[in-house]
Design a protein around this ligand. Sequence first.
Ligand code: AHR
Length: 378
Amino acid sequence: MKKFVALLLALMMVLAMGACSSSGTTTEDTATNDTATTDDAATTDDAATTDDAATEDTGDTGAADGELIKVGFAQVGHESDWRTASTKSAQDVFTAENGYELSFVDCDNDSAVQLDAVRNFIQQGMDYIIIDPIVATGWDTVLTECEDEGIPVIVIDRTVDDSDKYASWVGSNFKTEGLACGEWLKAYAAAQGITEINALVIEGSTGASATIGRTEGFKEIADREGWTILDSQNGDFTEAGGQEVMESYCQSYKGQFNVVICQNDNEAYGAMTAMDQAGVTYGVGGDVILVSFDANKAALELVKEGKLNADFECNPMAAPDVDAVIKQLEAGETPEKEIYMNETWFVAEDVAGATITVDGAEQDLVVVTQEVLDARPY
Ligand code: AHR
């Protein structure tokens, strides 16, 4: 009898083991399709392996399998306060909390470094590549390489002018900024009874679309109005560059100029130092009308003080729009090919009228007050 009971128990155990094994098979089968079942599997001894695998690079697009979306950003460099704000905008948006893993490369204004950075991003299997192109040309080959690898590229700020192989561009209309500067100067000079304009321009980096657009826009109005542009030289978008160019202008054009156009705020800071040293007065009530682009908060303080007459905004906060573009691409939608940032024209005095019309569009001139400064994000 004992033997029979033992045999019966052994038989029951074998049957029970068969049932367990069959149940396990079902769990494994459904685990590949069902999140809840996968979570259940995580309670087994294999859980560590499962978790480890989840952090490995599978080469899949991040959002599709719950991983972080890998974004490579080839930034121009760190030449200006504007650039610092642009970098911060990206670092604030492309965080792990927001579902991203950001690889950031400061290309230090070197186009060869920027092309290498993009190619490294391709090799690293980025899900998306963001490029702020140092120069506007020379892009088609590397953008074709991105396209061949199926990696969408989003261009920000400056434009790529020799290729359309990118999903979307988010940035500024630099020619409009230059035109706005010219239209404001026309209105301001008329209101002040200034009949002759002799301008000096401190340009940004050669080949950058920001430089090309601002130069073209201002020159278009200068040519139309019969103004003289005495000189236009490269200040590289830096404070040191602006100071160096202005020092040489102060020597070469002493007493001949009444307008200085700096193509960004840092150049304007340098130009102020040079004019201070040369005994040239500028701004409201000065000998020289001083104008800038970017409208960083520190520069707007100078507009409020009357040291800068006007500042035409270039908006560096592109990253939230890029985030929206990526979300659209993740959802299989087609984003807008061109997305323009909102930008404001800031002035020190309310003397040129409340608005200017640029390319047929009327836009407010905003006099910088403490309230305006308090509302500035960067
Ligand atoms: O491309 C935008 C320009 O580049 C900004 O005006 C300048 O400050 C920056 O360095």
